[in-house]
Ligand binder design. Structure first.
Ligand code: GAP
Length: 455
């Protein structure tokens, strides 16, 4: 994990938030390469789950919402984590994490059970002090909208993107008239005032979610739930998260979120242990019913066959974007070779790699090589978008640098390209990141060659 974090900082993937001021706990900034990787993943998700499908519609709802949304959704009353305080230092901890660290499984425990387990087992804080009683802590960040700060102006930074889709259900039904089953998809920021942010971008206070609310007839939910399990695995294949590192966890009834009748977590073998990557929940018609009741606006579709009003049930596949990035990076990270031959290589899928190609002149003090390579760089950029340039140091070092950031192909323009060897005029060397093999390819055939390789 340390090596991965170091690579992320050194090569411009992910930085600590507000770093020059000492940071802000639980926040991370994506640098030039990280934001490219992130955008590629977002675009792949949107394509797979929204634009490639006929039963999906995208939305992009406001982060700030009417406070009644969060009352109806149950978040004001119930979006809490168990908190325990060191009675001397006043530092606060997640009670379930403290229990886990002491080899006690907190699953299914209520607040009293946790307090009792802490005191019966004589568990002390990391500073060696006694803990107080375990209590709840609401994780929503709140703010006031407008100049007046009173109860009526309270709003929250959304803790999940899901509610933005439920409250737009009627707008989408009225404007596009979708038939069941259909879904809404959204990508966006979510905020949680985590008691203990940790493990790099795994648990932060500001993060991004890619969520789907898929509406079905009640009797169809089990079949659709299974379909979504398969689709979620297909997504992991697409971005390079190996199925062998993913484990299904059926969440026990007593541990289900307040809205769920069945939840399956997809856990991933992160470098710090097996932890939740994604979730798939059957939310019943809990959200639509609650919002309809609280807003007094009917949230239903009219059944074509029976003309009855139906409140659909909802299956929710949810994907943390930052956890996806971490799982993708951890899966792609390889160290190979020994001594001087040692290299770090990010074996990213070409479709999500920050740079698709790197173009280099063999030497930078030869204007003819530079001109030819520059022209090729511009041409490649037009085709592949994010193509980088490197003319620094020897070719071996350039390859190492590109390996470390996951660039799948390096193109070198040399004297043969210029016709020193007439048979090789207008050809270049293409080097493959994963195998290290080099091929001579005609510039006229380069686009086709690389496109086939990247499939
Ligand atoms: N709408 C359902 C929902 O929000 P969740 O399990 O609380 O369910 C969904 O969150 C996903 O969001 C998680 O599976 C995880 O990938 C991501 N996630 C949750 N909390 C996070 C945090 N503090 N930092 C980074 N990602 C987080």
């Amino acid at each position: 994990m340390e090596q991965l974090i170091s690579l992320c900082k050194r090569r411009g993937f992910i930085f600590q938030g507000s770093e020059i001021y000492g940071g802000l706990a639980g926040t991370w900034d994506y640098g030039p390469l990280g934001s490219e990787l992130k955008r590629n993943i977002q675009n792949a998700w949107w394509k797979m789950f929204v634009t490639d499908r006929e039963d999906m519609y995208g939305v992009d709802a406001a982060i700030l919402m009417n406070q009644n949304v969060w009352k109806a959704s149950g978040h004001v009353g119930g979006f809490v984590d168990p908190l325990v305080e060191d009675l001397v230092t006043k530092k606060r901890y997640r009670a379930d994490h403290i229990l886990e660290q002491n080899n006690i499984n907190p699953l299914g425990m209520n607040l009293d059970d946790m307090s009792k387990a802490i005191s019966d087992n004589g568990i002390k804080s990391p500073d060696g002090n006694v803990f107080g009683e375990v209590r709840t802590f609401n994780m929503m960040f709140h703010t006031n909208v407008g100049a007046i700060q009173d109860e009526t102006s309270i709003s929250y930074l959304r803790p999940e993107t899901a509610q933005g889709m439920f409250v737009n259900f009627k707008n989408v039904v009225d404007s596009l008239h979708p038939k069941l089953p259909f879904g809404l998809g959204q990508i966006g920021k979510a905020f949680r005032n985590e008691i203990a942010p940790r493990d790099f971008v795994f648990r932060s206070r500001e993060f991004e979610q890619m969520e789907i609310e898929y509406f079905v007839k009640e009797q169809d939910w089990e079949g659709r739930f299974s379909d979504w399990i398969n689709s979620m695995y297909e997504w992991m294949d697409l971005v390079g998260i190996p199925r062998s590192s993913v484990h299904e966890l059926e969440v026990a009834k007593e541990d289900l979120a307040h809205y769920s009748k069945r939840t399956m977590d997809f856990e991933f073998d992160f470098p710090f242990g097996r932890k939740e990557l994604y979730g798939l929940a059957y939310r019943t018609n809990f959200d639509l019913n609650n919002h309809a009741e609280a807003s007094k606006v009917g949230l239903y579709v009219v059944d074509d066959e029976t003309s009855e009003k139906v409140v659909p049930h909802c299956i929710e596949p949810t994907f943390g974007l930052d956890r996806t990035i971490l799982a993708v990076l951890a899966s792609a990270y390889h160290e190979e070779g020994e001594g001087d031959d040692k290299r770090i290589v990010l074996k990213l899928k070409p479709s999500i790699a920050p740079y698709k190609v790197c173009v280099s002149p063999l030497l930078r003090n030869k204007p003819e090589l530079m001109d030819k390579a520059r022209a090729l760089h511009s041409a490649m950029k037009k085709v592949f978008g994010n193509v980088t340039w490197d003319d620094n140091g020897n070719i071996g070092k350039r390859y190492r640098r590109q390996d470390e950031i996951g660039t799948p192909y390096c193109i070198v323009v040399d004297f043969d390209t210029l016709g020193e060897n007439t048979d090789l005029l207008d050809t270049v060397t293409v080097r493959d990141r994963d195998t290290g093999t080099q091929e001579r390819v005609a510039i006229s055939n380069l686009e086709q060659f690389l496109k086939e390789k990247m499939q």
